[in-house]
Design a protein around this ligand. Structure first.
Ligand code: SF4
Ligand code: SF4
Length: 439
């Protein structure tokens, strides 16, 4: 009875804490400007299934893509077993679903296969990051915390999956010994390989191992569940809505600013009458100075980022040694949001007053607007949308654009073209050509 009560208390506490963190993240995302994304529902569902559910963009890099799919599918499937574990934990039963007979054996055997594939994939991922030091995991924005976060996730998954196999191997021997409480369900192909290792152990030790595996797995999963909202691993939840709400317009197409559109219409269209709510609009900011000036979708992007670095590894600015890294842009937005939500009070964040204290002009203007980052991103994040908005703020509110760009603006204003020549001189080149031909 006492173990059941401990389990129920722990379960409730884990669910409530997770709910609290999800609410904080939802509030953070809602700090962004409201935009309505309700169009082309069928297209959006198809996109979500293709990109988020079937991970179509992951396999553009086959080795890491396939390994990731093993972890993704394995983790989801293995956690179906959680249902039985939770019910057993509440009622004090043992292997409640074993009444399904051979179906149960097939299911648990499949879970074990996926548990093993998760273990193998995680070990390879750890080696790629830490032994082979794949470059994109070691860019400058991958400081101690993002690297540790990835390692914590991978090591935890290895331990959680191993606990299931130890639990099943000990359970099989206990069944053979007809120990009370251990219902006869037979052994499973993978865990049975470990039976010779445990066979010589006493019944008491085996019960301890089986119970340890059970508790370690369920407590580990509940702790992991509550670690996820603090980690890049939150993408396991957000990748689906984030892909669903992907911008469907052509890549890099700039959105019009309603306030500018209104001004232009007022100037050029005599019949135009602004709507009441437009007239009463609060003070308008052009572009984005801080996270609240971005849209909720931009902010959701930041919580969906897996920090995989695929964007950065394809970014021409990064490749040619510029300061810009699209992954850092996204991570900076999330850091700022985390600071505002008071979940991350890192000392380095305290003196930062807005996004420009995270992202420099040098980074912003190094972007070629090619959109390779968005094309590469496995969860359809658009770093360029944030870069655009911050550039807009720099130009329209702060007059902080780099000097060559300001020169170009002046030229357009004065000469109607980006070059430093008067419109009257535009055909000089042809006159010269004409004279030469005549001569
Ligand atoms: S759009 Fe900008 S940030 Fe993205 S890949 Fe191109 S240059 Fe890099
Ligand atoms: S923005 Fe996309 S590609 Fe870049 S690190 Fe995040 S998830 Fe990976």
């Amino acid at each position: 009875m006492i173990p059941n009560i401990i389990f129920i208390v722990f379960l409730l506490f884990a669910i409530l804490f997770f709910y609290r963190n999800v609410r904080i993240i939802t509030r953070s995302i809602n700090l962004g400007k409201d935009i309505k994304i309700k169009d082309k529902k069928l297209k959006r569902w198809k996109l979500m299934f293709r990109v988020a559910v079937f991970q179509s963009k992951m396999v553009s890099r086959p080795i890491s893509g396939i390994l990731h799919i093993f972890v993704y599918v394995g983790f989801i499937i293995v956690n179906f077993e959680m249902l039985e574990i939770i019910i057993d934990g509440i009622w004090g039963s043992h292997r409640l679903f074993s009444f399904t007979g051979p179906i149960y054996t097939i299911l648990i055997s499949t879970f074990e296969f996926f548990a093993l594939s998760v273990i193998i994939a995680c070990i390879i991922f750890l080696a790629r990051r830490n032994l082979f030091k794949v470059k994109r995991f070691w860019n400058k924005e991958m400081t101690l915390w993002p690297r540790s976060d990835a390692a914590i996730i991978l090591i935890t998954e290895v331990f959680l999956m191993s606990a299931i196999i130890i639990m099943n191997a000990s359970d099989s021997i206990l069944q053979e010994r007809a120990v009370d409480h251990y219902v006869k369900v037979g052994s499973f192909p993978l865990s049975s390989l470990f039976i010779p290792l445990f066979d010589g152990l006493s019944t008491g030790t085996l019960i301890f191992l089986e119970r340890f595996g059970w508790w370690f797995h369920i407590i580990g999963v509940l702790i992991f569940l509550n670690y996820i909202p603090y980690s890049k691993h939150f993408h396991v939840f957000l990748s689906f809505p984030n892909v669903y709400y992907t911008r469907l317009e052509p890549k890099a197409q700039m959105s019009n600013m309603p306030s500018v559109t209104k001004e232009v219409k007022l100037m050029l269209d005599e019949s135009f009458e602004p709507q009441q709510d437009e007239e009463n609009a609060e003070e308008i900011t052009f572009g984005a100075k801080d996270v609240k000036d971005l849209t909720w979708k931009n902010l959701m992007d930041s919580y969906t980022c897996t920090e995989c670095g695929r964007c950065t590894s394809r970014c021409p600015a990064t490749i040619t040694g510029k300061k810009l890294s699209p992954r850092k842009i996204i991570m900076d937005v999330r850091d700022r949001l985390e600071f505002l939500s008071k979940r991350n009070t890192r000392k380095g964040l305290i003196n930062k007053k807005d996004l420009f204290d995270f992202i420099t002009q040098e980074e912003l203007w190094a972007c070629t607007t090619c959109n390779a980052c968005a094309i590469e991103c496995p969860v359809n994040i658009e770093p360029l949308a944030i870069i655009f908005e911050m550039r807009r703020y720099s130009v329209l509110e702060d007059a902080a654009a780099p000097a060559p760009i300001n020169v170009m603006f002046t030229n357009i204003e004065n000469n109607g073209a980006p070059w430093q020549f008067s419109p009257e001189d535009r055909m000089l080149w042809a006159e010269e050509l004409y004279l030469r031909v005549c001569l």
